[in-house]
Design a protein. Structure first.
Length: 293
């Protein structure tokens, strides 16, 4: 399949997500962006770019090489200890966002998408680190999930292990502050249109809830790729995730409904009962909850 690479900040190339017309991309930047997509229909890219702006000076960018990696202060690499006020200081550049703020931000069945968003100062309750293999370094906020989701992820990984599959957690909780920095960086480097295709506007990402974990496996080089869905562990997850309370939030062929391309790695926790109902219905979350016309 033809590979299309987009130049990012003049140093590295990558392609994004959630646009059915984008054919593919390939790469392994696990240590730096954690969201490299291979052979994708333009999947949503929400992780940090390889060339991250210096957090002490937003006008500068540094090369994310092994030489300077220790000097970076990307908020997603640290425990999220920011206060509500700190998280709401910087608004996303999309000031015309007319989305609806959800009334139940802490609910297990809260729905986020391009229409519904969380309050600007939202921080999930009871974040813990699931006892599973992680790609993210120790202390990174992205290793965290809400307690009930973390326990369910442990059970899912244990069942996969028993079935012969070794899964790895890639990216869980992400603060609105981190998403704001990331989204704005994409707008500045690639333009508003590109950013809106490849990244969620701050407040709209399911990663904010603490109920989501992106997963991967060695069979796909520890990357986040649609090819994961065609592998044995990916097929096992698709058939069994609901038994542990998870659904594949962005199923194949439903991007016109969900707003995002097929993401077999993106698991959203709803609890066993609701996840099973959604899975058995064969519907997207939007369809199941009657959020589409």
């Amino acid at each position: 399949m033809k590979k299309i690479l987009l130049l990012l900040t003049g140093i590295v190339t990558l392609a994004g997500c959630n646009q059915d017309t984008v054919e593919s991309l390939k790469g392994d930047l696990v240590d730096t962006i954690n969201h490299v997509i291979e052979d994708k229909e333009a999947p949503e890219r929400e992780e940090e770019p390889k060339d991250k702006p210096d957090q002490s000076d937003d006008t500068n960018e540094n090369d994310n090489t092994d030489e300077n990696k220790d000097n970076e202060t990307n908020p997603d690499d640290e425990k999220d200890s920011s206060t509500d006020d700190e998280q709401s200081k910087e608004e996303p550049k999309d000031q015309e966002d007319q989305s609806i703020v959800v009334s139940n931000p802490h609910a297990i069945d809260v729905i986020l998408n391009k229409t519904y968003r969380l309050p600007n100062n939202f921080v999930p309750q009871g974040l813990v680190e699931p006892n599973v293999p992680h790609n993210a370094k120790e202390g990174a906020a992205k290793r965290l999930m809400r307690k009930e989701a973390a326990k369910a992820l442990e059970e899912l990984f244990a069942a996969a292990k028993e079935a012969g599959y070794d899964l790895v957690a890639q990216s869980g909780y992400r603060s609105i502050q981190t998403q704001t920095w990331l989204y704005n960086h994409y707008v500045e480097t690639n333009g508003q249109e590109w950013a809106d295709k490849f990244s969620a506007v701050p407040g709209h990402s399911e990663h904010h809830t603490g109920l989501t974990m992106d997963i991967t496996a060695a069979v796909v080089g520890m990357s986040l790729t649609q090819e994961f869905g065609n592998t044995a562990p990916g097929e096992w997850v698709a058939k069994n995730a609901h038994k542990y309370g998870f659904v594949i939030r962005y199923p194949k062929g439903k991007s016109h409904i969900t707003g995002y391309s097929y993401e077999p790695w993106h698991l959203r926790y709803f609890g066993v009962e609701l996840a099973t109902k959604i899975y058995q219905s064969g519907l997207t979350v939007e369809e199941y909850f009657g959020l589409v016309e």
